[in-house]
Write a protein that binds this ligand. Sequence first.
Ligand code: FAD
Ligand code: DLZ
Ligand code: SF4
Length: 503
Amino acid sequence: MVSRLILVLGDQVTDTLSALDAADKTSDIVVMAEVAEEATYVQHHPKKIAFIFAAMRKFAARLREDGWDVRYTQLDDTENAGSIPGELIRRAEETGASEVIGTQPGEWRLIQALEDMPLKLSLKPDTRFVSTQDEFDTWAEGRKALRMEYFYRDMRRKTGLLMDGDQPEGGKWNYDSENRKPAPDDIAFSGPMQFTPDDTVQEVLDLVDSRFGNSFGQLRPFWFATDQTQARRALTHFITYALPRFGDFQDAMMNDNRFLYHALISPYLNVGLLDPMEICRAAEEAYKEGHAPLNAVEGFIRQIIGWREYVRGIYFREGPDYPRRNALNHQRKLPEFYWTGETEMNCLSKAITQTAEEAYAHHIQRLMVTGNFALLAGINPHEVHEWYLRVYIDAFEWVEAPNTVGMSQFADGGVIASKPYVSSGAYINRMSDYCKSCRYKVADKTGPDACPFNTLYWHFLDRHADRFAKNQRMNQIYANWRRMDEGKKATILTEANAFLDAL
Ligand code: FAD
Ligand code: DLZ
Ligand code: SF4
């Protein structure tokens, strides 16, 4: 019987992967490869490369134990062809196989590269999601606006999560209004479960150190889970100790606490060490047992069956040009401090330094600190997109690009967001303790000590008034701007321009 090659990518380390389901263990050959092209198409954070290689090596060992013939190529193997298509062609020559079965990759770039290969290819749908692309496209068809909330309600109905018959548990679909508490004085949670690197991880860390040690970000200490058993322990730890307060402090930020009550499960979920429904059922169970309140559990489940599924639907619906969109025509270069953290703006310095050290920042840091600043300052959204794709351990284009290009930078012209996520320093001050230890004064609207977010905020609104002044949700803000004294307006714009020129 002629063998077929079964491709398993670095973010497909899942037992129930559709490509494995379609394979015959007795005759087909699994191909896994650490390749330079995937490791360098952007200069990923070293922690991200180490996480993926370690998870791949452990998954390959698990498949072998399970009886699969696995051809695994390590990055420094001399015969390594350097790319996924190159490795498949090499393995086809080695084994006599002429057909490849894969699961659809999470990025247009790689789908295209596989389709261009001179081998017969069958890409199965990625079934590790709650919704299918057809389902999303049907939902989106004919709608004027693709708002996440309505898609989310359909996902609640489909999964039965937090449903009381055909009604939402507690009578409301969304408890977000209860999830906006500012930073507390202290946090009674010691953070995500951390794992001591085993031999496999140590070996990968040495390899990554020697090959990618000079990239942005610190490789060590490395404590992420790298197999399914560990990832499940990390999930249980979160559900037990953090979920009950996840909702309350979801949007808070703190100088001395990088993780607050966040789950840090996105890397595990995105490479397939955890399954979305397994996570949501565990959270729902915590609610049913009275361990966690509804606002926390609903908020958490919404992120996973709502936002995560929705952005994936948008990425594949909008097409390969999506990451290049620039609806606001922003052209400024990404400031150097995004790579060093060296800025007197404390919120940015903290978020970027943390990103370098952890390859992680939570949602509000990404959206309302680094993202907000880039949008206010008019940074080119493709540069912003590449930054996010590089620096976060959970970044794969299908999830990163809609969040960055769409939600955060409004570069898709409003496909995702109904209005731009911009704020002055007041929002950051309300939700964090960053401003207390900042060289700038958040209460100053103008002058040498004024928080730069304050002047840039009005600069953004003023320069995009043609587009946003008629937006109903922004009426009030524009009315405030119009009412402002002309002299004060001129000072604000002059100071913002001076700040931007000096960036
Ligand atoms: P928690 O706050 O504990 O939330 C639980 C889970 O919900 C997350 O693990 C994640 O799987 C899911 N989730 C929450 N929000 C979103 C969202 N907006 N989109 C998709 N899933 C969500 N998430 C990524 O997984 N990869 C990315 O590359 C990524 N890039 C982002 C870029 C920007 C500019 C912004 C604003 C957000 C981005 N997000 C991304 C979404 C979100 O910030 C992360 O999913 C979250 O911070 C992961 O940390 P956590 O596991 O502690 O999440
Ligand atoms: C992100 C990544 C990295 C750094 N390295 C590899 C690799 O060497 N081999 C591999 O199969 N996958 C890797 N990945 C994940 C892929 O880039 C990912 O599958 C695509 O970007 C699609 O989501
Ligand atoms: Fe950031 Fe402004 Fe607060 Fe400083 S004062 S931490 S720059 S929001």
